[in-house]
Design a protein around this ligand. Structure first.
Ligand code: SF4
Length: 328
Protein backbone atom coordinates (compact mmCIF):
# COMPACT_ATOMS: atom_id res chain seq x y z
CA UNK A 1 0.00 0.00 0.00
CA UNK A 2 1.29 3.52 -0.86
CA UNK A 3 2.40 5.46 2.19
CA UNK A 4 0.20 8.48 2.79
CA UNK A 5 1.90 11.78 1.92
CA UNK A 6 2.03 14.09 4.93
CA UNK A 7 2.55 17.84 4.76
CA UNK A 8 3.24 20.36 7.49
CA UNK A 9 2.08 23.90 6.74
CA UNK A 10 2.78 27.28 8.27
CA UNK A 11 -0.53 28.90 9.09
CA UNK A 12 -1.49 32.49 9.75
CA UNK A 13 -5.15 31.48 9.78
CA UNK A 14 -5.79 33.79 6.80
CA UNK A 15 -7.61 32.79 3.64
CA UNK A 16 -4.44 31.90 1.73
CA UNK A 17 -3.28 29.55 4.49
CA UNK A 18 -6.67 27.86 4.54
CA UNK A 19 -6.84 27.47 0.75
CA UNK A 20 -3.31 26.10 0.55
CA UNK A 21 -4.18 23.37 3.05
CA UNK A 22 -7.49 22.51 1.39
CA UNK A 23 -5.95 22.35 -2.09
CA UNK A 24 -3.50 19.73 -0.81
CA UNK A 25 -6.13 17.87 1.17
CA UNK A 26 -8.33 17.69 -1.91
CA UNK A 27 -5.71 15.47 -3.54
CA UNK A 28 -5.52 13.16 -0.55
CA UNK A 29 -2.52 14.64 1.23
CA UNK A 30 -2.65 14.57 5.02
CA UNK A 31 -2.14 18.17 6.16
CA UNK A 32 -1.21 19.53 9.53
CA UNK A 33 -0.43 23.09 10.63
CA UNK A 34 2.04 24.83 12.84
CA UNK A 35 1.63 28.46 13.90
CA UNK A 36 4.30 30.44 15.68
CA UNK A 37 4.00 32.97 18.44
CA UNK A 38 6.24 35.83 19.58
CA UNK A 39 5.46 39.06 21.45
CA UNK A 40 4.62 40.54 18.03
CA UNK A 41 2.06 38.12 16.64
CA UNK A 42 -0.03 35.32 18.00
CA UNK A 43 -1.72 32.17 16.74
CA UNK A 44 -5.33 33.08 17.44
CA UNK A 45 -6.52 33.24 13.81
CA UNK A 46 -4.67 30.04 13.01
CA UNK A 47 -6.31 28.31 15.96
CA UNK A 48 -9.79 29.36 14.76
CA UNK A 49 -9.10 28.30 11.18
CA UNK A 50 -7.75 24.93 12.31
CA UNK A 51 -10.86 24.27 14.35
CA UNK A 52 -13.16 25.42 11.54
CA UNK A 53 -11.52 23.16 8.95
CA UNK A 54 -10.55 20.21 11.11
CA UNK A 55 -6.84 20.61 10.48
CA UNK A 56 -4.50 19.21 13.17
CA UNK A 57 -2.67 22.15 14.63
CA UNK A 58 0.04 23.12 17.08
CA UNK A 59 1.41 26.41 18.38
CA UNK A 60 5.11 26.94 19.03
CA UNK A 61 6.52 29.96 20.85
CA UNK A 62 9.70 30.94 19.02
CA UNK A 63 10.50 34.11 20.98
CA UNK A 64 13.87 32.73 22.11
CA UNK A 65 15.20 32.32 18.58
CA UNK A 66 13.20 35.20 17.11
CA UNK A 67 14.66 38.06 19.15
CA UNK A 68 18.30 37.48 18.10
CA UNK A 69 17.18 37.38 14.45
CA UNK A 70 15.11 40.54 14.89
CA UNK A 71 18.14 42.48 16.11
CA UNK A 72 20.07 41.88 12.89
CA UNK A 73 18.03 40.34 10.08
CA UNK A 74 20.38 39.37 7.24
CA UNK A 75 17.97 40.66 4.58
CA UNK A 76 17.08 43.82 6.51
CA UNK A 77 13.76 45.34 7.47
CA UNK A 78 10.72 46.40 5.48
CA UNK A 79 9.01 49.79 5.88
CA UNK A 80 8.82 49.35 9.64
CA UNK A 81 10.84 46.93 11.80
CA UNK A 82 9.48 43.93 9.91
CA UNK A 83 12.20 41.45 8.93
CA UNK A 84 9.78 39.54 6.68
CA UNK A 85 12.25 37.48 4.66
CA UNK A 86 14.24 36.34 7.66
CA UNK A 87 11.07 35.88 9.68
CA UNK A 88 9.71 33.48 7.05
CA UNK A 89 13.06 31.73 6.80
CA UNK A 90 13.19 31.25 10.54
CA UNK A 91 9.63 29.95 10.66
CA UNK A 92 10.32 27.45 7.88
CA UNK A 93 13.54 26.45 9.60
CA UNK A 94 11.65 25.73 12.81
CA UNK A 95 8.86 23.96 10.93
CA UNK A 96 11.49 21.94 9.07
CA UNK A 97 12.86 20.63 12.34
CA UNK A 98 9.40 19.36 13.21
CA UNK A 99 9.04 17.90 9.71
CA UNK A 100 12.23 15.92 10.12
CA UNK A 101 11.53 14.82 13.66
CA UNK A 102 8.01 13.64 12.84
CA UNK A 103 8.42 12.28 9.34
CA UNK A 104 6.42 14.82 7.33
CA UNK A 105 7.23 14.74 3.62
CA UNK A 106 7.31 18.46 2.90
CA UNK A 107 6.47 21.95 4.15
CA UNK A 108 3.91 24.29 2.64
CA UNK A 109 2.42 27.74 3.08
CA UNK A 110 -0.26 29.96 1.57
CA UNK A 111 2.25 32.36 0.07
CA UNK A 112 1.42 33.72 -3.38
CA UNK A 113 4.31 34.83 -5.54
CA UNK A 114 4.29 38.56 -6.18
CA UNK A 115 1.69 39.25 -3.51
CA UNK A 116 3.93 41.15 -1.11
CA UNK A 117 6.68 43.40 -2.45
CA UNK A 118 9.33 42.44 0.08
CA UNK A 119 8.73 38.88 1.10
CA UNK A 120 6.93 37.17 -1.74
CA UNK A 121 8.84 38.00 -4.88
CA UNK A 122 10.26 34.93 -6.61
CA UNK A 123 13.74 35.80 -5.38
CA UNK A 124 12.45 36.31 -1.83
CA UNK A 125 10.76 32.91 -1.89
CA UNK A 126 14.05 31.38 -3.02
CA UNK A 127 15.98 33.27 -0.33
CA UNK A 128 13.63 31.94 2.32
CA UNK A 129 14.01 28.33 1.19
CA UNK A 130 17.77 28.56 1.10
CA UNK A 131 18.16 30.31 4.41
CA UNK A 132 15.66 27.98 6.07
CA UNK A 133 17.79 25.05 4.93
CA UNK A 134 14.98 23.35 3.00
CA UNK A 135 15.54 24.06 -0.67
CA UNK A 136 13.08 22.14 -2.82
CA UNK A 137 11.05 21.04 0.18
CA UNK A 138 8.74 24.06 0.55
CA UNK A 139 5.62 23.93 -1.60
CA UNK A 140 3.37 26.94 -2.18
CA UNK A 141 0.21 25.26 -3.49
CA UNK A 142 -1.45 28.52 -4.58
CA UNK A 143 1.45 29.56 -6.82
CA UNK A 144 3.23 26.26 -7.40
CA UNK A 145 2.70 26.18 -11.15
CA UNK A 146 4.54 29.50 -11.45
CA UNK A 147 7.45 28.24 -9.40
CA UNK A 148 10.10 25.57 -9.95
CA UNK A 149 8.80 22.10 -9.00
CA UNK A 150 9.57 20.92 -5.51
CA UNK A 151 10.94 17.46 -4.70
CA UNK A 152 7.53 15.97 -3.94
CA UNK A 153 6.15 17.24 -7.25
CA UNK A 154 9.11 15.80 -9.15
CA UNK A 155 8.65 12.47 -7.42
CA UNK A 156 4.95 12.52 -8.35
CA UNK A 157 3.84 12.36 -4.74
CA UNK A 158 2.04 15.67 -5.20
CA UNK A 159 0.11 16.14 -8.43
CA UNK A 160 1.36 19.46 -9.78
CA UNK A 161 -1.53 19.69 -12.22
CA UNK A 162 -3.92 20.06 -9.28
CA UNK A 163 -1.94 22.97 -7.85
CA UNK A 164 -2.53 26.59 -8.79
CA UNK A 165 -0.82 29.45 -10.54
CA UNK A 166 -1.97 32.48 -8.57
CA UNK A 167 0.23 35.51 -8.97
CA UNK A 168 0.28 39.06 -7.64
CA UNK A 169 -1.83 41.13 -5.31
CA UNK A 170 -5.32 40.54 -6.71
CA UNK A 171 -7.69 38.58 -4.48
CA UNK A 172 -10.25 37.46 -7.05
CA UNK A 173 -8.80 33.97 -7.70
CA UNK A 174 -8.61 33.33 -3.96
CA UNK A 175 -12.21 34.43 -3.43
CA UNK A 176 -13.40 32.24 -6.29
CA UNK A 177 -11.50 29.26 -4.90
CA UNK A 178 -12.91 29.98 -1.44
CA UNK A 179 -16.43 29.75 -2.89
CA UNK A 180 -15.54 26.53 -4.70
CA UNK A 181 -14.16 24.96 -1.53
CA UNK A 182 -16.94 26.29 0.70
CA UNK A 183 -14.70 28.55 2.80
CA UNK A 184 -16.91 31.31 4.17
CA UNK A 185 -15.33 32.49 7.34
CA UNK A 186 -11.84 34.00 7.30
CA UNK A 187 -10.11 37.09 8.72
CA UNK A 188 -9.36 40.17 6.60
CA UNK A 189 -5.99 39.94 4.84
CA UNK A 190 -2.88 41.49 6.42
CA UNK A 191 -2.76 42.91 9.91
CA UNK A 192 -1.93 40.92 12.97
CA UNK A 193 1.81 41.57 12.99
CA UNK A 194 2.97 44.50 15.09
CA UNK A 195 6.33 44.57 13.35
CA UNK A 196 4.73 46.13 10.28
CA UNK A 197 3.44 49.06 12.37
CA UNK A 198 5.73 52.08 12.02
CA UNK A 199 4.84 53.55 15.43
CA UNK A 200 5.41 50.25 17.15
CA UNK A 201 8.69 49.99 15.24
CA UNK A 202 9.95 53.22 16.85
CA UNK A 203 9.30 51.81 20.31
CA UNK A 204 10.94 48.56 19.38
CA UNK A 205 14.01 50.31 18.05
CA UNK A 206 14.23 52.42 21.19
CA UNK A 207 14.20 49.27 23.32
CA UNK A 208 16.72 47.38 21.21
CA UNK A 209 19.06 50.38 21.14
CA UNK A 210 18.96 51.12 24.86
CA UNK A 211 18.65 47.59 26.20
CA UNK A 212 20.20 44.99 23.93
CA UNK A 213 19.71 42.42 26.69
CA UNK A 214 15.96 43.15 27.04
CA UNK A 215 13.88 40.16 28.12
CA UNK A 216 10.77 38.84 26.32
CA UNK A 217 8.61 40.54 28.94
CA UNK A 218 10.08 43.95 27.93
CA UNK A 219 9.00 43.26 24.35
CA UNK A 220 5.51 42.38 25.55
CA UNK A 221 5.34 45.69 27.43
CA UNK A 222 5.86 47.56 24.14
CA UNK A 223 2.31 46.67 23.12
CA UNK A 224 0.51 48.72 25.73
CA UNK A 225 0.50 52.13 27.33
CA UNK A 226 2.47 55.33 26.86
CA UNK A 227 6.24 54.93 26.92
CA UNK A 228 8.64 57.61 28.20
CA UNK A 229 12.41 57.29 27.87
CA UNK A 230 13.62 58.95 31.09
CA UNK A 231 17.31 58.12 30.61
CA UNK A 232 19.36 55.75 28.45
CA UNK A 233 18.77 52.98 31.01
CA UNK A 234 15.34 53.82 32.36
CA UNK A 235 11.93 53.83 30.76
CA UNK A 236 8.48 54.50 32.16
CA UNK A 237 5.39 52.72 30.85
CA UNK A 238 2.02 54.18 31.83
CA UNK A 239 -1.29 52.42 31.12
CA UNK A 240 -3.68 54.41 28.95
CA UNK A 241 -6.88 52.52 29.63
CA UNK A 242 -8.17 49.84 31.96
CA UNK A 243 -7.46 47.25 29.28
CA UNK A 244 -3.89 48.57 29.06
CA UNK A 245 -3.51 48.36 32.82
CA UNK A 246 -4.74 44.77 32.82
CA UNK A 247 -2.39 43.84 29.95
CA UNK A 248 0.58 45.49 31.67
CA UNK A 249 -0.19 43.79 34.98
CA UNK A 250 0.29 40.38 33.37
CA UNK A 251 3.91 41.25 32.57
CA UNK A 252 4.98 42.70 35.91
CA UNK A 253 8.27 41.16 36.99
CA UNK A 254 9.49 42.38 40.38
CA UNK A 255 13.09 41.54 39.40
CA UNK A 256 12.97 43.89 36.41
CA UNK A 257 10.35 46.54 37.11
CA UNK A 258 9.28 49.06 39.69
CA UNK A 259 5.50 49.15 39.81
CA UNK A 260 3.79 52.48 40.48
CA UNK A 261 0.18 52.77 41.65
CA UNK A 262 -1.81 55.74 42.91
CA UNK A 263 -3.50 55.58 46.31
CA UNK A 264 -5.68 58.65 46.89
CA UNK A 265 -6.89 59.18 43.29
CA UNK A 266 -7.83 56.63 40.67
CA UNK A 267 -4.90 56.47 38.26
CA UNK A 268 -3.07 54.31 35.76
CA UNK A 269 -0.79 51.39 36.47
CA UNK A 270 2.80 52.19 35.54
CA UNK A 271 6.14 50.40 35.43
CA UNK A 272 9.63 51.78 35.61
CA UNK A 273 11.93 49.53 33.61
CA UNK A 274 15.63 49.62 34.36
CA UNK A 275 17.78 50.72 37.33
CA UNK A 276 15.91 53.92 38.30
CA UNK A 277 17.56 56.27 40.81
CA UNK A 278 15.71 58.57 43.22
CA UNK A 279 15.42 61.37 40.65
CA UNK A 280 13.83 59.10 38.06
CA UNK A 281 11.51 57.52 40.61
CA UNK A 282 10.26 61.00 41.64
CA UNK A 283 9.83 62.13 38.06
CA UNK A 284 7.99 58.91 37.20
CA UNK A 285 5.69 59.28 40.21
CA UNK A 286 4.91 62.88 39.18
CA UNK A 287 4.20 61.80 35.64
CA UNK A 288 1.86 59.06 36.77
CA UNK A 289 0.15 61.55 39.11
CA UNK A 290 -0.29 63.76 36.02
CA UNK A 291 -2.64 61.15 34.60
CA UNK A 292 -5.02 61.37 37.59
CA UNK A 293 -7.74 63.99 37.99
CA UNK A 294 -5.87 65.72 40.79
CA UNK A 295 -5.42 69.47 40.28
CA UNK A 296 -1.87 70.66 39.60
CA UNK A 297 -1.55 71.97 43.16
CA UNK A 298 -2.89 68.84 44.87
CA UNK A 299 -0.51 66.21 46.13
CA UNK A 300 -1.00 62.63 44.94
CA UNK A 301 0.10 59.66 47.02
CA UNK A 302 1.65 56.75 45.16
CA UNK A 303 3.16 53.47 46.17
CA UNK A 304 6.22 52.12 44.40
CA UNK A 305 7.30 48.51 44.72
CA UNK A 306 9.36 45.96 42.82
CA UNK A 307 13.04 45.92 41.94
CA UNK A 308 13.83 49.39 43.31
CA UNK A 309 12.33 48.69 46.76
CA UNK A 310 9.01 49.70 48.26
CA UNK A 311 8.11 53.25 49.28
CA UNK A 312 5.17 55.61 49.53
CA UNK A 313 5.61 59.08 48.03
CA UNK A 314 3.58 62.29 47.82
CA UNK A 315 4.14 64.33 44.67
CA UNK A 316 2.51 67.05 42.63
CA UNK A 317 1.29 66.04 39.16
CA UNK A 318 3.79 66.65 36.35
CA UNK A 319 2.06 67.78 33.17
CA UNK A 320 4.64 69.99 31.51
CA UNK A 321 4.63 69.90 27.70
CA UNK A 322 8.40 69.07 27.65
CA UNK A 323 7.64 65.69 29.12
CA UNK A 324 5.96 64.76 25.85
CA UNK A 325 9.37 64.97 24.19
CA UNK A 326 10.41 61.95 26.23
CA UNK A 327 7.62 59.89 24.72
CA UNK A 328 8.63 57.04 22.42
S1 SF4 B 1 4.51 40.47 8.62
FE1 SF4 B 1 5.41 39.93 10.59
S2 SF4 B 1 4.94 37.75 10.86
FE2 SF4 B 1 4.65 38.22 8.69
S3 SF4 B 1 6.62 37.74 7.76
FE3 SF4 B 1 6.65 39.92 8.23
S4 SF4 B 1 7.61 40.04 10.24
FE4 SF4 B 1 6.97 37.89 9.96
Amino acid sequence: MMKKVRALGLSSGGLDSILAALVLRRQGIEVSWVAFETPFFDAENARKAALAHGIPFRVVDITGVYLPMLKAPAAGYGKAMNPCKDCHALMFHEAGRIMEAEGFDFLFSGEVSGQRPMSQTRSALRYVEKRAGYEGRILRPLSARNLPPTQVEEEGRVDRSQLLDFQGRGRKPQLALARELGVRDFPAPAGGCLLTDVTFGKRLKDLMTHDPEAKPTDYHLLKNGRHFRLSPEVKLVVGRTQADNAALAVHFDARLHTRIQTLNFPGPLAFLCGPAGQQERRLAAGLVAGYTRAADSVSVTLVLDGCGGEEKVDVLPVRSPEIREKMV
